[in-house]
Design a protein around this ligand. Sequence first.
Ligand code: 13P
Ligand code: SF4
Length: 298
Amino acid sequence: MSDTVAKLKKERNAVILAHVYQRPEVQDVADFVGDSLQLAQQAAKTDAEVIVFCGVHFMAESAAILSPDKIVLLPEENAGCPMADMVTAEALRKRKAEIPGVQVVAYVNTSAAVKAECDICCTSANALKVVAALPEDRPILFVPDRNLGDWITKQTGRKMHLWEGYCNTHDRLSVDDIERAKAAHPEAEVLVHPECQPEVVAKADFVASTTGLIRYAVESPGTSFIIGTEEGVLHPLRQKAPEKAFHLAARTLICPNMKSTSLEKVVWSLQEMRPRITVDPVIREKALQSLERMLAIV
Ligand code: 13P
Ligand code: SF4
């Protein structure tokens, strides 16, 4: 199957970008595997004519915003992000009207229409830098992840109005799960993603975006780690540090949307050149500004 992908990729002049939460076999055929920030950076600079985005809808939309002259394919059209669906442009406009002078920071896990309503985007990898760079004389509204927002506030000391959104996959990791994993692996360090609940984040030895967690586990002297993020990261971790032990903090750390892209769908998508992701030009223009402001900071 990977030979078929390679042949089709050449014929179509396509690049395959995959998030680290994708299935191992999908990560293995990708030209680039990374976190949300790295994938947006890759999408902005690729020379390929076609971008096959193995991730979820908002990521493919960001690629279409950053590279409007490319064809962007999302092999599984229904791969959405429940957290991104927790804020709509209409609800955001309403909330903005209630906070005079507000500046809005949107996590990239949002639709293009929401990005068009905000001042700047961030990912979990650059959120602290983005928020620290904002003018101090205006209130901040952070959408949609309340858990990431709470972590940013604690790390930067910047007070923010938070939206009541959350990631189903990370938010259900509990303090009990962490305690159970620690009892089973007392020697292990606990690494968690800031999309987890504040009580879980408080139990961690290290908190970072997916790429930050991978870098820490591979480069630090520790040899055993409890992983508090989606299980897809186990694949690069075991490839990069086969001598170390990685224990998923709970069996529930699986995002069904990220896992809905299969190798078969990647092949089909390249053969059929669909489903294509496009963004309305007026929304695109505004959303691009929010993404470009973020990319100028990192
Ligand atoms: P990062 O890729 O920024 O770590 O985000 C995690 C995530 O949940 C993506 O959907
Ligand atoms: Fe959305 Fe969470 Fe899945 Fe990421 S892991 S796509 S934030 S539901």
